[in-house]
Design a protein around this ligand. Sequence first.
Ligand code: DGJ
Length: 750
Amino acid sequence: MISYQDGIFHLRGETVSMVLKVDRWGLLELLHFGEAVADGDAEAFRFRPGLGWGSSVLLDDTDTESCPDALGLAWSGPGRGDYRESPLELGGEAVDLRYESHTVSDGIVPTGTSLVQAHGEGESLTVTLSQPGAKLQLIFTLFGDVICRRTVLENTGDRPLTVTKLMSSLLDLQGSFLMTTFDGGWIREREKHTVPVGPGRIVNESTTGASSNRHATGVLLSETDTTEDHGRVYGFDLIWSGNHHTAAQQSLQGLTRVVQGVSPAGFALTLEPGAKLRTPEAVMTFSTEGFGGLSAILHRFVSDHIIPAQWRRKERPVLFNSWEGCMFDFDHRRLVGLAKDAKDLGCELFVLDDGWFGQRNDDTAGLGDYTVNKKKLPHGLKGLGEKINSLGMSFGLWFEPESVNMDSDLYRAHPDWALTDGFQPLLGRHQLLLDLTKPEVRDYIVENVSAILDSAPISYVKWDMNRHSVALGVKAYDHILGLYEVLARIFGPRPQILLETCASGGDRSDLGMLCFGPQVWCSDNTDPICRQTIQGSLSYLYPQSTFGAHVSAAPHAQTLRSTPLCTRGYVSFFGCLGYELDLKHLLGIEKDEIRAQIGLYKQYRQVFQFGQFRRLDNGWQVSGDGITIAACFRGLVEAAPGYERLRLKGLDPQKRYRFHTVPRKLRIGQFGSLVKHVAPVDLDPNGLILRTADRHITLPDGEQAFTASGAALMAGIRLLPLFRGTGYHKDQRTLTDFGAELYIIEEDQT
Ligand code: DGJ
């Protein structure tokens, strides 16, 4: 709810408040952003700069409180006494925007750039600031405990304005913080880094043209003693898929300025008289319940207001993707064979990845030419799709419509459609980006992709993009708006198609893309140990239903690490499950294990995909409808391990729960020459007998089953002992390096 009284605005959610004040100089002060407070609390947060500020500048020479550099603000401008980062730059001119008016309205203010969906919720505050020749709207929309913010700049004068920076949000927060960012690169997305925010500005920025795998759009600001379950923490993100910039810096007065928006790198736009410039939306929220509490708020917001309405809590199919198993080497027969095997394992959707069109037999040619390769697919996509449907699976297809190979008919016909910078083209994965600021390019993509989607029974699209942009500044900004237009035109009229976006894995997994497709392929790295970092980091800001998580072969293609099949499965359970490997090399016992995995995932799919996700000390947990499922992940085995506890979260302490281990099978081969201790004859660990036995015989690992109160389960129950050099025993857990266990905890209704 948003209230206004005597120059004070109060945006109040369930647990979060933002209190803003129009001060006597017409500046918009941020009195408070954090815990929910009462209307009428503004005086308690009043800034009293009081004393003289030495070298600082006053707005009113007779009033020592009028020092912009010392105030906590919600907007500012350069050259008028505030020397911290400015959110707006007009080509080096001073800016002095002051309060003019405000409005409070229901839902979203229709300015053309909001991608958020209100669904009958939300309330907006628009504060208009002005100066001669310019007007600026600051738009705040409150959804529960999340505030979305954007700005609209209008040239109200009679001369052009040069805009070199326009951010979506500025906030001066009281206090000292640690800033957590999620950084990396290809196959190493979302590594978490935490640094103290001090007087030197920390900038989390992407200038690749995409939101990028280098520095993700979302950041956290926490107090030093904040933990997973306790303490104060802010979350910031952007609903934007292009170049971005979030900066934090602490002033001498102890205020931490946070600025969020499109990266100003190379930005220079001429805003003609009467024209407007609109920013994308910044997202912000706060929790006193640690990182876990913050994630819960953000997950709800993404599920309710970001992903397309038709996919809200709608179960996603277990998919099989052809890429890792086949790469470019397939034909109709091989795909149908794979689809039959995938169906037999329980997969529901068969996705044909790269290589189905033009001369696309490797990644050097064919991008841009969306005509089906009849050599590989003599029955066309329609024939293949219908065949797959007849097997009882739905059919999905990969596209990379934003890019072009120079060795393609499209490039030969329209070399000017590729984005270039005036120098010799620099290739990335042998390709260039198409210039989406050109209407004819957008039309080409919309027409070609739409025609293919309508030509075959396609119910899923993987939309890939594997090239950084050469476009800087305004061009890069317009390029992303062009992309959004293309996605809206293709998928708006086809809401039944499940869209998963991808960019070399996680090079563009952000809230902007999630507004068009409810899930992202968050990394090409499917090694489950790396995925614990990648999916774990994503979970700070996004719910698990927004990321595709696939089981692939071991040793893993990117790390050469061998991990147990159950670990690969359990990590992928905490996302939208898929399989991506060559099935023909799987052993019968591996197929049985995959069948069991998919069966279990389907049984609890609602909980896995839409339950409340929580990070545990040694794993993850999801809960919903009286069911909690917890996975414990481990690294290297320790000799002589001690007792181990599993501490669950979010249960009702008064209720009783049934707890059981999901059965795990041990391969005989993993015991090598130790088998001689249990076998009556001396077996060669590399011999045929043991190798054959390994393909057929498994031993059950230790399982626990009991009932306990929620209080006990949250205090931490003791798990079965781990293997400690004493031989196999069915009442212990025999986990190897990178092992994992899964536990199901259900409310006991008896
Ligand atoms: C990059 C993607 O991230 C992969 O999953 C795969 O689709 C390849 N492109 C295909 O070229």
